[in-house]
Ligand binder design. Structure first.
Ligand code: URA
Length: 234
């Protein structure tokens, strides 16, 4: 982006005032003098009258996808000092996890400082399916899996229809994929409890179109611009 636009968008001054500073040689980029029309990115060091320009924090929206390990809480802070998902991400921004995974569940969780996106994913107008891989106790019968898919009655009401797929049944265990579009507390665990096949392992694979992919446990990455646009479109 042209430097006058970049600095104006980041609240430094108007484009005309910035152009004047460029004319008078008061702006340098990465130690070099510049001309009108110079292009810059967030990675360039812009000095105005010898002082490093810092982009205001509030303008800096960040979006991360974390592969949450077991035992880590999905909260910004914990009163009892336990480790949270925010502790795993190295940034100066104030992040909030979008939605929750219970402490024992692994997998995809998005963290951001963008309040608008936060609300869209929590209260989507459309349907955001969250996909989970689960290992269940016992070899689940097709009829029980379809009961889960149709919806079961939990203490806090019935669940919406879900998508389910059996991957494997062997040696007293079943591996399944389940996609749900609500976020009741410990929902997947309670849905399988309802058909007497408790979950012994749970991992969230995807939130809508945003996939864990090859992200290792405890690792995180920035969302791509496509993924960010997708979240904003919800
Ligand atoms: N369902 C659960 O049981 N736990 C989660 O963390 C998310 C969905």
């Amino acid at each position: 982006m042209r430097i006058n636009k970049y600095l104006a968008q980041n609240g430094y001054a108007s484009r005309r005032e910035i152009d004047k500073l460029i004319e008078s040689g008061d702006i340098k980029v990465n130690g070099k003098e510049i001309m009108q029309g110079q292009k810059v990115t967030d990675n360039d060091k812009i000095f105005i009258k010898g002082k490093l320009f810092e982009k205001p924090k509030s303008e800096n929206k960040v979006y991360f996808l974390l592969n949450k390990p077991r035992g880590v809480l999905s909260a910004a802070k914990d009163d009892r000092g336990r480790k949270t998902v925010v502790d795993l991400i190295d940034t100066n921004e104030r992040l909030y996890p979008i939605g929750r995974l219970d402490s024992e569940t692994e997998g995809a969780i998005i963290l951001t400082n963008d309040g608008d996106v936060f609300n869209k994913v929590i209260h989507p107008k459309g349907e955001v399916y969250k996909e989970y891989f689960a290992i269940l106790k016992g070899e689940i019968k097709d009829k029980d899996l379809s009961r889960v898919a149709k919806g079961v009655i939990l203490d806090d009401g019935p669940t919406l229809p879900a998508k389910t797929k059996i991957l494997k049944r062997a040696q007293g265990r079943s591996e399944v994929i389940i996609s749900i579009r609500e976020g009741k507390n410990r929902q997947v665990r309670r849905m399988f409890d309802a058909v007497k096949h408790p979950v012994v392992y749970l991992r969230r694979e995807a939130i809508g179109k945003i996939n864990l992919g090859k992200l290792e446990l405890g690792q995180y990455r920035k969302l791509t611009s496509q993924e960010i646009n997708y979240l904003k479109s919800l």
